[in-house]
Design a protein around this ligand. Structure first.
Ligand code: BGC
Length: 575
């Protein structure tokens, strides 16, 4: 299910920027043509400068032409030149590259219909000082017109109520899924971990009621209440055209079935989660793993692009679906939305890192408020080591940086913890609240057992050093299916490190990533060769063998041999 294609490519990144600009225009047109009742949004900006050749001050007068904004506003633009803001007033300014984000001052978060606010700033520049071509207010382009917001809603977007706790895992007993627990306990030695909390996956419409005799969403929530749990973790995973860069977790909805996604999947989930009976639970929702990262790396014309991902980028249904889910679920006071950030072996390259953070920010803004997001999750269902103890990104051997080793291959990160912490800072720079926290899925990134290196590799050359010392024993960082040699990682823990809300087991260990050969099924799952141990690879894993275990069932099904290996190779070891 995890298909980290992750090769850096400047060409592909530029392609994405162009494509997503086109997409914004296209979705604006669609929104205007819609007739259903929705909130009106619109704005006008007056940009005036006072320029002295190498610097300037500017006033950005913004008028809200739409419905009153009550939960805070975010104004954004891109500078056409090298302008850099050095200080600002009447708003909190941040700049990443050419992109500027201004959020409301804490003392002024509302903007009534017809009301204006004028943030201003001082900046430096060289060359020319052209005005930005386009401003957005809470994601709406300020072109002086009004139209319904996208995604449309029957109710005006609600602001997330302010009574959430900072970290839903802090001091919490987290729900133990009895179905997973029984599978784990049925394996030799499995009872040692069978009471660990794992994610409950809503991976198709039928899962809401309970597919194939399994517990449905209400069953899990009722059971969580019975357990006296404080927190439950639910994965929301059924986007149209799901898993566009791989086949193992293709889903039931076709690329265009966004309306079914909203009406038959998100709406019923929101209705259940909003039930008063569950108001005492903190409900963590992991929203649509893999999807937005795929729109960053697997699009365009390069050798890692797929037709399906290009189609999803063009139709915008990943963004629309996620914005809708964030808005609907974020309106429930005890729901905590976490968005997927792939993992370091996917988005850790410079060209993928900021562009993916920008895309996530755009989508969160489309949901009506960045406040709909409690945090982000990395490594869901992947195998990236939490910490590489025997080398860091700053090491070098004989003057050659580890970044030049074939394993690291110019990535900026060597492990999930450093990646998650840096990504959090990037998102805060994009305007997210300081209160956001990160989750790291440590269900299968333990890499213990006899193959675990006890110390650094030899300093004969940089490859020997990295390959000898790395605990992640995969053949290639891009391998993602049922990895041979992996072990259970850190047991679920709250507040383990600064900026990290929790280590979690979202992928239930022992559930397959995908079948090692074609198996007919009714879940829409395809066969991905990356799950076949005999496969020689593709450009997304540097044409290396897949490293997958043999004889795997389709994704999500119990894979006893994998569970046993995860237990044997656990790190820290299972006592
Ligand atoms: C599958 C889902 C399953 C989940 C958890 C995914 O790879 O596509 O069907 O629920 O893994 O095991």
């Amino acid at each position: 299910m995890k298909h980290p294609p992750a090769r850096r490519s400047r060409g592909a990144r530029r392609g994405l920027a162009a494509a997503s600009a086109a997409l914004l225009l296209a979705s604006g047109t669609v929104a205007l043509a819609q007739t259903q009742a929705s909130a009106a949004a619109g704005c006008r900006v007056d940009y005036t400068t006072n320029d002295w050749g190498s610097g300037f001050t500017a006033n950005v007068a913004v008028t809200n032409l739409g419905d009153p904004i009550t939960g805070g506003w975010t104004l954004e633009w891109d500078f056409p030149g090298n302008q850099r803001v050095t200080s600002g007033w009447n708003g909190t300014f941040s700049q990443s590259g050419a992109h500027v984000t201004v959020t409301n001052p804490s003392w002024s978060s509302t903007l009534g219909t017809g009301a204006s606010v004028t943030p201003g700033f001082q900046a430096t520049y060289s060359g020319s000082n052209a005005a930005p071509a386009r401003f957005t207010l809470n994601g709406t382009v300020c072109d002086g017109t009004t139209g319904p917001t996208d995604p449309p809603t029957t109710d005006p977007p609600t602001d997330p109520p302010g009574d959430r706790v900072d970290n839903p895992y802090a001091g919490a007993d987290v729900y133990v899924n009895p179905e997973w627990s029984a599978n784990a306990a049925s394996e030799p030695g499995g009872s040692a971990v069978a009471d660990e909390p794992t994610g409950v996956w809503m991976d198709r419409i039928a899962a809401i009621e309970g597919a194939s005799g399994r517990m449905g969403l209400r069953d899990h929530l009722d059971e969580a209440v019975d357990q006296g749990a404080d927190t439950i973790q639910v994965v929301v995973y059924n986007l149209p055209g799901r898993d566009c860069a791989a086949l193992a977790s293709n889903g039931e909805l076709g690329p265009d079935e966004i309306d079914r996604y909203k009406a038959e999947f998100i709406d019923p989930i929101a209705e259940i989660l909003g039930d008063d009976a569950y108001a005492g639970l903190r409900i963590v929702t992991v929203v649509e793993i893999d999807s937005l990262p795929n729109l960053v790396t697997n699009v365009g014309t390069g050798d890692v692009a797929t037709e399906n991902c290009n189609e999803m980028l063009e139709n915008g249904n990943y963004q629309k679906g996620i914005a809708y889910a964030l808005q609907k679920l974020g309106a429930i006071p005890n729901v905590y939305n976490y968005i997927d950030i792939g993992h370091h072996g996917w988005l850790g390259w410079d060209d993928n890192f900021s562009s993916s953070a920008d895309l996530l920010t755009e989508v969160a803004q489309q949901s009506g408020s960045l406040g709909n997001v409690a945090g982000f999750i990395t490594n869901t269902a992947n195998y990236g080591a939490l910490k590489e103890p025997h080398f860091t990104i700053d090491d070098s051997v004989g003057g050659t940086s580890v970044r030049q080793s074939s394993w690291v291959d110019w990535n900026r990160y060597v492990d999930e913890l450093s990646y998650a912490q840096a990504y959090r800072q990037e998102l805060i720079g994009n305007g997210f609240d300081q209160g956001i926290g990160m989750l790291i899925d440590t269900s299968r990134n333990g890499w213990g057992g006899s193959e675990r290196p006890a110390g650094p590799g030899p300093t004969t050359d940089v490859d020997a050093y990295v390959d000898g010392g790395r605990t992640d024993r995969r053949i290639h960082l891009g391998n993602w299916c049922n990895q041979s040699g992996a072990g259970l990682g850190e047991r679920p823990t709250a507040n383990p490190e600064p900026g990290i809300d929790a280590y979690v087991w979202i992928k239930p260990p022992g559930e397959s990533d995908g079948a090692s050969e074609e198996i007919p099924n009714e879940e829409g799952k395809g066969f991905d060769e990356m799950c076949d141990p005999a496969y020689g690879g593709n450009p997304r894993n540097g044409n290396n063998p897949s490293g997958a275990l043999p004889d795997a069932p389709i994704s999500g099904h119990w894979f006893s041999a994998q569970f046993r290996e995860l237990l044997a190779n656990a790190y820290p070891p299972v006592q």
